[in-house]
Ligand binder design. Structure first.
Ligand code: GLV
Length: 306
């Protein structure tokens, strides 16, 4: 805010709750740029209202852009900037934290201890999944998917991935990653981790049918976007198997979590904190601010949406 105030005129919306589309459609017109977060519905209606009164840049403090209608931005000549790269490590770290917690049954083990049920050590107490040799299926081998794969290799996991395009051979070789069709990956992976952006093509990628076709006992981790999973059917998939556990950082209608998940013990739920380290959040804010300042000064954007 200091950097922005020094160079451009700004209007802020101080409320903690996200604006509605209608409120945005009133607020945005008259501004050349909007600096927004993933909670802001930058829909065609909002963008059209903005473009009619000067809007030419949307700078989003996030890498994911599913809340921004990119087609509308293109139609209306509005540039879009986002914050790739700076949150890769933090998000990959949280993915590993969820993966480890699920594999080693941490939520269950902690509940057990706190409930006073631990009276004797035993050989099979809380025995979980050994990561060495287990198969990690990565859906989307982009920046974050690759960072997760590199970490998982350090734990001795075997990596396979599904994505529309095959990764470059040096990436495959360094991660020893095998490219598979999604359905083969789902049938083979002990842990499935989602790293594709949410779009019309990937919405409900893990449909009820696919959730029912994973390997017996599989763990599902999602630090990407909730809409990749048909959330309303997840509890059923866990109840009837073969899916054994879901560790979720993201949800279809944040901050609401589907009620069928809330009292289950085979889910681990955290509130969209993938990039939430202090250093990363500062870097994200910095990049989004830089985009506004670059734009105001007529410089090219460093991270335009593609
Ligand atoms: C967070 O979810 C982001 O897209 O940056």
């Amino acid at each position: 805010m200091h950097a922005l105030r020094a160079s451009v005129q700004i209007t802020t919306r101080p409320a903690d709750t996200p604006p509605t589309e209608a409120e945005l459609a009133e607020l945005v017109p008259g501004h050349d740029a909007v600096l927004c977060q993933l909670t802001e519905p930058m829909s065609r209606m909002v963008l059209e209202a903005g473009a009619a009164a000067g809007l030419r840049l949307v700078s989003q403090v996030a890498v994911g852009l599913d809340n921004v209608d990119l087609a509308a931005c293109a139609d209306l000549g509005i540039a879009v900037a986002h914050t790739p790269g700076v949150l890769t490590d933090a998000t990959a770290d949280l993915t590993m934290a969820l993966l480890l917690a699920a594999a080693r049954r941490l939520p269950e083990a902690e509940r057990y201890l706190r409930a006073g049920r631990w009276d004797v050590w035993s050989l099979d107490l809380m025995a979980g999944l050994e990561l060495r040799g287990a198969v990690l299926g990565i859906v989307g081998l982009g920046r974050i998917g690759q960072a997760v794969a590199a970490r998982a290799r350090g734990f001795g996991m075997r990596i396979c991935y599904a994505s529309p395009r095959r990764a470059p051979s040096d990436v495959e070789a360094s991660l020893q990653a095998e490219w598979l069709p999604l359905d083969t990956l789902l049938a083979r992976a002990d842990v499935i981790s989602l790293h594709v952006p949410l779009s019309a093509d990937t919405h409900h990628l893990l449909s009820r049918a696919r959730l029912g076709s994973v390997k017996d006992g599989a763990i599902l981790v999602n630090t990407s976007r909730g809409g990749l999973i048909e959330e309303a059917t997840l509890a059923d998939a866990l109840q009837t198997g073969p899916l054994a556990f879901a560790a979720l950082d993201v949800f279809e209608e944040e901050p609401r979590v589907h009620p069928s998940l809330l009292d289950r013990h085979d889910v681990l739920l955290v509130p969209h904190i993938g990039s939430a380290t202090r250093a990363t959040r500062l870097r994200m804010a910095q990049l989004a601010t830089d985009a506004v300042l670059d734009f105001a000064a007529g410089r090219p954007l460093q991270h335009p949406a593609r």
